[in-house]
Design a protein around this ligand. Structure first.
Ligand SMILES: Cc1cc2nc3c(=O)[nH]c(=O)nc-3n(C[C@H](O)[C@H](O)[C@H](O)COP(=O)(O)O)c2cc1C
Length: 351
């Protein structure tokens, strides 16, 4: 029974691949047997020996270290259209970013479609699993994984199947999105569901090359994503610094509320005195400065009415500040901020 189901699934994949490009599909008889790609049954239960060899290759690898972040954006991009959109998504959410890189890179010839090129042949064989270079991400700590890919003959490139079979996505919310020359997302997202059946799949979206960051932000804001703040109902501010996320409590000041209303915002922060990073806002905030007497590492303060300061050392002070917030876990803060200027993305979420 299971075999029949597999054959049916394969037939559906082949038909749907052809349907996106009626009359234009490359020769589906040629199959693929070159050394650049490896075939495996696309099912996940390990029923074929081919499949288990591929799963050993992908799942047996060392995975990347986790950063404590709860969202990952994984992307595959050969000609550079999908990559910036994935980067926008990661910046907007403050997510980790992972590039799905093929072990054997695609040459120009490999992607000259409708020439029976490597990509054409891979797309015509639902069992092909192009190998991924390097370590796969450890997805165990992520609650949301976004997967970005180009449309290849109406479908996701087969390397996306390699990725989905190689990582653990049970209980994870998966958000597919793609770029294409003109096709819609079609069945490319729903055909991936069988490869991670225990994930919660959100309907995918297609974007044109060159889509603006603002459009990606509007799309993300409209998604029904789970809470990734680890919060308790309070308003939480997150600071993303070089891929690491730090949670911060928002102070009960008007200035803090006003700052929160400006977020998300990435600030290029300058180094000062070996204990703080600061950046000037274009806007002014309603300051109500007081002398705290002492600064604690993790304090986020307003100096004057438009200078945001993040302290990474504790010391006594005679200066006056308005409280904006406080980073909760500061152990890794100093190292993340580094010794010079640094980009910090502030976002706000209801925990
Ligand atoms: C093998 C191959 C097949 C493609 N098939 C389609 C297609 O069916 N429909 C479409 O609109 N674009 C198709 N394209 C164009 C890509 O989807 C588009 O250029 C995409 O933005 C490339 O993303 P990237 O620059 O991130 O690799 C295809 C490109 C290649 C290389």
């Amino acid at each position: 029974m299971k075999r029949i189901w597999i054959l049916l699934l394969a037939a559906v994949l082949l038909v749907s691949c052809g349907m996106e490009n009626p009359g234009k599909s490359p020769d589906t008889q040629s199959g693929i047997a070159d050394a650049e790609t490896r075939s495996a049954q696309p099912e996940k239960d390990g029923s074929s020996s081919d499949e288990s060899s591929v799963r050993e290759e992908t799942q047996g690898r060392e995975t990347t270290e986790t950063t404590g972040n709860q969202t990952l954006v994984a992307y595959f991009s050969v000609t550079g259209n999908t990559k910036p959109l994935a980067e926008y998504a990661a910046e907007i959410i403050g997510a980790d970013l992972y590039e799905i890189r093929p072990e054997i890179p695609y040459t120009e010839e490999d992607i000259r479609y409708y020439t029976d090129c490597r990509a054409d042949r891979e797309q015509n064989d639902p069992y092909v699993r192009p190998a991924i270079a390097g370590a796969l991400p450890d997805t165990s700590s992520y609650r949301v994984v976004m997967i970005a890919y180009p449309i290849w003959h109406g479908q996701a490139p087969r390397i996306i199947s390699t990725f989905l079979e190689g990582v653990e996505l049970a209980g994870v919310t998966v958000v597919p999105f793609c770029t294409s020359a003109s096709s819609g997302i079609g069945s490319s997202d729903t055909n991936l569901h069988a490869l991670a059946p225990d994930a919660t799949w959100i309907k995918g979206s297609r974007f044109a090359a060159g889509t603006s960051k603002e459009s990606i932000q509007n799309w993300i804001e409209g998604l029904d994503l789970p809470d990734t703040t680890g919060g308790n109902g309070d308003t939480i501010m997150t600071l993303t610094i070089s891929g690491q996320t730090f949670f911060a409590e928002l102070a009960e000041t008007e200035a803090a509320q006003s700052f929160a209303s400006l977020l998300p915002r990435t600030l290029q922060m300058s180094e000062l005195n070996g204990n703080e990073k600061y950046a000037y806002l274009e806007e002014t905030l309603p300051a109500k400065a007081e002398r705290p007497g002492r600064i604690e590492a993790g304090d986020i303060m307003l100096y004057g009415n438009n200078c945001i300061v993040v302290f990474y050392e504790s010391f006594g002070t005679s200066y006056s500040y308005t409280r904006i917030g406080k980073v909760k876990e500061t152990a890794a803060l100093k190292a993340a901020l580094g010794k010079s200027g640094v980009s910090v993305t502030f976002t706000i979420t209801d925990g």
